[in-house]
Write a protein that binds this ligand. Sequence first.
Ligand code: SF4
Ligand code: SF4
Length: 247
Amino acid sequence: MLNVLKNRFEQGCKTSQYPKESVQLLPRYRGCPTIKTDATDDVVAACAAACPQEAINASAKTIDMGRCVFCGTCERISKGRFVTFTQDFAIAVAEKEHLQTQGQIPDLAAHARQHFKKLFGRSLQLRQVSAAGCNACEADLNVLATPFFDLARFGINFVASPRHADGIVVTGPISRNMKTALLQTYEATPQPRAVVAVGSCTITGGPFRGSPEVSEGLDSLLPVDLFIPGCPPHPMTNLHALLNFFK
Ligand code: SF4
Ligand code: SF4
């Protein structure tokens, strides 16, 4: 017992002080993209042609973060003359059209549903539905329960039953086989219920977009309140989104 106490004392508190203190991610992390609007047409066209997700709109000079998998190809090809990725992890949005960006992401808290803040601001229970995800989105949600993030200190928990939940958090491209289970989980969640789409797959089909086996995006099946882009979204992106949208 003394050894346990000694160990605890030596280790100290491992929990992040976020959001009271900022968190600095590793330099290799790719967060919010920034577009240089004065990029030449040939550079923009080369990036658009190379993008595996068809996420670049060359005429509007925007990136669709709902499709983007943050592979960095456009940054590498343009050598930073068209796209650069910042370390800003605050990229979740409440309106899908806000995912089309040149780098300015609207303030999420300002677009949050006020009745959700009132109802769930102090206690939010969520049911996670993996609708054929590759497990990376799921793992980066799971990690929010670890001591560093300690999601429960904000009154947010993942629960085992949709009947105990205030909303659902969906990951994966929603395969044909998972569609019924997803819709039944949504129906089993008491109203008013929030719907959160996590990851490129759930928002647009991601790398599987266009396959007849997956959906075209969660918003084609259910009313989505919160879109969290990424492949997978960083745990800090998930945490920032949940805190700013519900708290
Ligand atoms: S980082 Fe996104 S926009 Fe750029 S090439 Fe990769 S998928 Fe396309
Ligand atoms: S968005 Fe990316 S990480 Fe998430 S389930 Fe799809 S392929 Fe996996």
